[in-house]
Design a protein around this ligand. Structure first.
Ligand SMILES: *Cc1c(COP(=O)(O)O)cnc(C)c1O
Length: 372
């Protein structure tokens, strides 16, 4: 079985985890966090070239904490794509605000700025663009819309660590950027997350929010929760950060090879993912788009039959899940439905070999050329 994603864990991660156990330093409720939490945060700061990184225990917690820090609450509306992992919308509900779903563009499946403009009301307080699959959203337009309408911009960069828009890292454009270190993500801690910002006051607030709103201890000043990243997880994340360049190189190498092999198909039944001058991908997911739902499902079933973990992200989209459909009926999102019916992600993670990429591409070619 070749899973769609798999953590790349080596001897260094094992050694670091053992040293946490040997030191008996599993976690700390101190404001700045434990030794490895601080080391990880420093490495991520240097990598992203941001002033502050506040690690937390998941990407969901990162989004939740960011919305709390932005003072988004009951009565506020937050604009976000429906074509995302449900955590983006759930974090909006966690602060009592209303998620308003926006359509995506067909070019790279990120939030559609024209549709977004139409959904701004006098209750709108924030936009959460999602850099889905590691594809950067159209940040110039989003920054302009946010500025002109006094909206907070909180990036869901949970899938896009290392992706860049006009040579600037995703997650570093908005007031805050949120990252995930779940096991399937580009850089993992098992579970974990981080919020990044250049704003000192927001950083201080986030440190309080992850620790019950306390500063010194037992002095709760604002609402907070326990969102701390344990040292065992920080140990893994810290070592992963040391090999982040290698992780990106392997993903890029595998994606490039996949594109070279699939580019030989002479049919317009499939669209391959392409970078552009302005948008560089971390290749978190290599997502192709088939001409129709039947072909997509057939290709997925065939690949799965051969032990290849091709997967659909996301069907149903959030606004059509049972809970959201019932509680937050949305207007029609035609491009979202179009994509949910047609996309398919193929494994290209660092542990996939060139031989496996060739095998995967051969199955894709065979199925597609047979069903013109
Ligand atoms: C993974 C992910 C999250 C949530 O991260 P967790 O660490 O799983 O809580 C949020 N948004 C997107 C787009 C994600 O892919």
């Amino acid at each position: 079985m070749i899973p769609i994603n798999k953590p790349w864990i080596g001897e260094d991660e094992k050694r670091e985890v053992l040293s946490v156990l040997e030191e008996n330093s599993l976690t700390t409720a101190a404001k700045e966090g434990g030794k490895r939490v601080q080391e990880f945060e420093r490495l991520m700061r240097d990598f992203l070239k941001v002033k502050y990184v506040i690690s937390v225990n998941s990407g969901t917690s990162a989004l939740h904490a960011a919305l709390l820090a932005a003072d988004i609450h009951n009565g506020d509306e937050v604009l976000l794509p429906s074509f995302t992992f449900v955590a983006t919308a759930n974090s909006v509900l966690a602060v009592g605000a209303k998620p308003v779903f926006v359509d995506i563009n067909k070019a790279d499946y990120t939030i559609d700025v024209e549709n977004l403009r139409k959904k701004i009301t006098n209750k709108t307080k924030a936009i959460i663009p999602v850099h889905l699959y590691g594809h950067p959203s159209n940040m110039d337009e989003l920054l302009e819309i946010a500025r002109n309408n006094s909206l907070q911009l909180i990036e869901d960069a949970c899938q896009s660590l290392g992706s860049a828009y006009k040579n600037k890292q995703t997650g570093t454009f908005g007031t805050m950027g949120c990252f995930s270190m779940y096991a399937s993500k580009v850089l993992t801690a098992g579970e974990g997350g981080a919020i990044v910002t250049d704003d000192y006051d927001i950083a201080e607030k986030l440190k309080m929010i992850r620790n019950h709103g306390m500063v010194e201890g037992y002095d709760t000043k604002i609402f907070g929760l326990n969102l701390r990243l344990p040292e065992l997880s920080a140990a893994i994340a810290k070592i992963q950060m040391h090999k982040i360049t290698q992780i990106f190189q392997r993903r890029r190498h595998n994606s490039k090879l996949m594109t070279e092999l699939l580019d030989t198909i002479s049919t317009n039944n499939v669209i391959l993912p392409r970078e552009s001058q302005d948008k560089k991908y971390n290749w978190y997911l290599y997502t192709i788009c088939l001409s129709n739902n039947k072909l997509r499902n057939l290709l997925k079933d065939t690949l799965n039959h051969y032990g290849i973990g091709a997967a659909v992200y996301y069907n149903p989209p959030v606004h059509l899940t049972p809970y959201y459909q019932f509680k937050f009926p949305s207007s029609e999102l035609p491009n979202t439905i179009w994509a949910a019916d047609r996309v398919l992600s193929l494994p290209i993670h660092p542990l996939v070999t060139e031989e496996q990429i060739t095998d995967i591409s051969n199955i894709v070619k065979e199925v597609i050329t047979k069903h013109q």
